[in-house]
Design a protein around this ligand. Structure first.
Ligand code: ADP
Ligand code: MG
Length: 319
C-alpha cells in the first residue's frame, strides 16, 4: 500500500462542515461570523507519551482527546483537525484500529479530519485542532483574581495510578486497575464543560502535566497566588476507595499525576451556582478545591488547613 492509498483508505472522509477537506493542497475552514479560530497542536511520541503496546484504537482516541482538551480549556467548539503521522511501516491492522478510535471521537464532537501529512519514520502522531469561540470570549489563563474559587472537573490522578502499576511501584486490584488504565488511555476531553463555562469562569487550563504544575500556569499568567486543598483534590481520585491506597499516594497522584485532561478553572465566589449549572448542563462533575489569593505562591493544605509538605513535586510526569 502506497502513501496515497493509505490516506484514501484510512483518513479520507468527505468533509461535511468544512468547505474543503482532505485531497487538495490546503483544507478550507469557515468559522461563523463573529467567531475567532482557536488553534492548538499536540504531539504524541512513542515511548515518551504512550507505551508501544497500547491498543491502537485507544491511541487514536487519545491523540485527538489531548488536543480537544486544549480547545475545551479555551471554551472553544471543535471544528476540524489535521493529522501528521510518521509510521515505521504500513501496518494495516494498526492503521485500522488507530483510525477507528480517532474518527469515533472526532464524530462524537463533530470535529472533521480535513488534512495532514503522512511519512515513514519512528511512530509519531501530531494533531492540530481548530475550534471556534465568540470573539473575546475565550477562557484564558490570565483572568484569575484574588477571592476566586478554584475548581476541578471530573477525576484526578487515576492515569498516574495506572502508570505506577505499569512501572511496578504499586499494585491495584484488577477492576480498579482497568478503570484507571482506561482513564490513562482514553481520557475524556471536557469540551461541553469548557463551552458552558464561557462568561462564568475567570481562567482555565487543562491538566496534562499535573494539577500543581498546570494550576501554576494560571497563577503565573494571572499574577496571583493560591491555597489548594490537597484532600479535596485527593478525593477526586476515582480509585480513592480501593484498599491498600494510602492517603499520601492519593494526594500525590491527584496533585502531580499528569495525563488527566480535566479542566482546572477559577470563578468568582458569586458564580458558584453558575459553575454548578455549567457542570449539570455538560453532565460533568465540578468540585471546589481551593481559593485564589493575592499573596504569590501556592500553599497546599490538608482538610484541617495544615500545610502539606511539597514532596509531591517528585511525582514528575513520565520523569
Ligand atoms: P502535499 O504534498 O501538498 O503536502 P500530500 O501529498 O502530503 O500533500 O497529501 C495529499 C492530501 O492528503 C492532502 O490534502 C493532505 O492534507 C492529505 N493527507 C495527508 N496525510 C494525511 C493524513 N494522515 N490524514 C489526513 N489527511 C492527510
Ligand atoms: Mg505532504
Amino acid at each position: 500500500m502506497g502513501e496515497f492509498d493509505l490516506i484514501a483508505r484510512y483518513f479520507h472522509r468527505p468533509a461535511k462542515r468544512s468547505p474543503l477537506g482532505v485531497g487538495d493542497d490546503c483544507a478550507l475552514l469557515a468559522p461563523a461570523p463573529g467567531m475567532q479560530l482557536a488553534v492548538s497542536s499536540d504531539m504524541l511520541v512513542e515511548g515518551r507519551h504512550f507505551l508501544s503496546t497500547v491498543d491502537p484504537v485507544r491511541l487514536g482516541h487519545k491523540a485527538l482527546a489531548v488536543n480537544l482538551s486544549d480547545l475545551a480549556a479555551c471554551g472553544a467548539k471543535p471544528l476540524a483537525f489535521t493529522l501528521a503521522l510518521a509510521l515505521p511501516a504500513v501496518d494495516a491492522p494498526w492503521l485500522e484500529g488507530f483510525s477507528r478510535g480517532l474518527l469515533a471521537l472526532a464524530d462524537q464532537h463533530g470535529c472533521e479530519l480535513v488534512g495532514g501529512d503522512t511519512t515513514r519514520g519512528p511512530l509519531n502522531i501530531c494533531i492540530t485542532v481548530f475550534g471556534e469561540v465568540p470573539a473575546g470570549a475565550a477562557l484564558l489563563r490570565s483572568g484569575a483574581r484574588a477571592g476566586d474559587d478554584i475548581w476541578a472537573s471530573g477525576t484526578l490522578g487515576d492515569a498516574r495510578l495506572a502508570l505506577e502499576v505499569f512501572r511496578g511501584t504499586l499494585a491495584l486490584p484488577a477492576e480498579a486497575f482497568e478503570a484507571a488504565r482506561t482513564r490513562m488511555e482514553q481520557p475524556t476531553p471536557r469540551v461541553a464543560l469548557g463551552q458552558a463555562l464561557r462568561g462564568t469562569a475567570s481562567a482555565a487550563v487543562d491538566v496534562s502535566d499535573g494539577l500543581v504544575g498546570d494550576l501554576g500556569h494560571i497563577l503565573a499568567a494571572s499574577r496571583v497566588g493560591a491555597t489548594l486543598d490537597a484532600d479535596a483534590a485527593a478525593g477526586l481520585v476515582a480509585a480513592a476507595g480501593t484498599p491498600g491506597l494510602d492517603a499520601e499516594t492519593l494526594r500525590g497522584c491527584a496533585l502531580s499525576g499528569g495525563d488527566d485532561y480535566e479542566l482546572v478553572f477559577t470563578a468568582p465566589a458569586a458564580a458558584r451556582a453558575a459553575v454548578e449549572q455549567a457542570g449539570r448542563e455538560s453532565a460533568t462533575r465540578v468540585t471546589r478545591i481551593g481559593r485564589i489569593e493575592a499573596a504569590p505562591g501556592l500553599r497546599i493544605v490538608d482538610a484541617a488547613g495544615a500545610p502539606v509538605a511539597q514532596r509531591f513535586g517528585s511525582f514528575d510526569h513520565f520523569g
